[in-house]
Design a protein around this ligand. Structure first.
Ligand code: MG
Length: 386
């Protein structure tokens, strides 16, 4: 993938190194492709650089991962170049710089994909420093005391005041760092690009880093982002009782002097249930999918809405764990219809009947349900990750 050559050179480009670990079937994805905050680590890193005024980004990727990365970065293609990495991080960076060379940017940031957060203020400090020096890197002080060690033995103390923790992105005048990487002939791999720059005789300025730039390293870094196994939603609905209407509750037609008026078949229990399912998976509410203003739902069977909600949940990776529906009315009596209602709910939800509970209560003749003006229903749905 190559972005079109811009009419004027980008002032600030970036190389994002995401080439760590090859992709092999059966292996977990490298951490830069892991899910993170509704997104992925890589997409978050790339998006944050664009938000910090970077114009063009070369992402250095593992062999055979182009299709996956294109999908992860969909919508950003116009400003992203992909290039396969090398055997070492340093070689990967050089390949990224070579891929950017045709675009001739004035400045470049070199960044690790495993640091998804990049405050714009850090990028501002870095590019400001490039006015005076060819390179600038973000650093933080060391807070723990430092020692030197030999195996598992303490050797001596280290001078904490002289030490800094180095982060990325590191910033460079593009032509200088490209030349430095091309000229590198030291050890096979430098610790970072500032070392490559310094070896080429370039001055490196230090600017204040940010704890938000920390590298995701440990499994614990991802724990909070794991999909919850269980999600719960609630629903509540009311419909008016009126003469000349059919009465549908939990998908079962019940003989009664009055029926429920309103949108669709006005099955108040199913409406509460739909809201509970949609609520559990963060899909809004019934009105979003089946607005009362839309004539196509007039008189529609509410069972359609339930099946749609189950499909939305499945698309989000969740199946029904159990549901509990409470119907609140003075009449009709629900008891005689309870088994039929539970069976119908189980059928609509595609679960065993023991995952479904229907119960009823009155309000002691108080309020609109007590006066027989309407029926209310509430529902709780628990969904489990598939
Ligand atoms: Mg309703």
């Amino acid at each position: 993938m190559s972005a079109p050559l811009p009419s004027s050179p980008p002032s600030l480009a970036a190389v994002v190194v995401a080439a760590g670990k090859g992709l092999r079937a059966g292996q977990p994805l490298p951490k830069q492709f892991a899910r993170y905050r509704q997104s992925t680590v890589l997409r978050e890193a790339v998006q944050n650089l664009f938000d910090a005024a970077v114009d063009l980004i070369c992402v250095v990727i593992p062999e055979n991962s182009e299709a996956l990365v294109l999908e992860l970065l969909s919508g950003l293609e116009d400003s992203v170049i992909l290039t396969p990495g090398g055997a070492t991080r340093q070689e990967s960076v050089r390949k990224g710089l070579e891929a950017l060379a045709a675009h001739n940017p004035a400045q470049v940031l070199i960044h690790d994909a495993a640091r998804p957060h990049c405050p714009a203020a850090v990028v501002e400090r870095l590019t400001a420093a490039l006015r005076d020096t060819p390179c600038a890197i973000p650093v933080l002080p060391v807070v723990d005391s430092m020692i030197t060690a030999s195996g598992d033995r303490m050797q001596g103390k280290a001078d904490r005041d002289a030490l800094r923790r180095v982060q990325t992105p590191q910033a460079f005048r593009f032509a200088d760092i490209l030349a430095a990487h091309r000229a590198w002939n030291g050890a096979p791999d430098a610790g970072d690009d500032a070392q490559v720059a310094q070896a080429a005789g370039l001055g490196v300025a230090l600017v204040e880093g940010d704890e938000k730039l920390r590298k995701l390293t440990f499994a614990g870094d991802f724990v909070e982002e794991k999909t919850p196994m269980i999600r719960t939603g609630t629903g509540y609905d009311v419909h008016r009782l009126a003469e000349g209407e059919e009465l549908w509750l939990c998908g079962v037609q019940i003989p009664h002097a009055k029926g429920l008026a309103g949108h669709s078949d006005a099955d108040v229990a199913l409406h509460a249930l739909v809201d509970a399912i949609l609520g559990a998976v963060g899909e809004g509410d019934i009105g979003l999918f089946f607005p009362p203003s839309d004539p196509q739902w007039r008189g529609a069977r509410s069972s359609l809405f339930v099946m749609h909600a189950v499909q939305r949940a499945a698309a989000r990776g969740y199946a029904i764990g159990n549901v509990d529906v409470t119907i609140i009315c003075e009449a009709p009596k629900i008891g005689p219809h309870r088994d039929a209602m539970q069976a119908e709910l189980a059928r609509l939800l595609g679960v065993q009947a023991d995952r479904v509970n229907v119960k009823a209560t009155t309000t002691e003749r108080l309020g609109f349900t007590g006066r027989g003006e309407g029926i209310a229903a509430q529902a709780v749905a628990t969904l489990v990750a598939i």
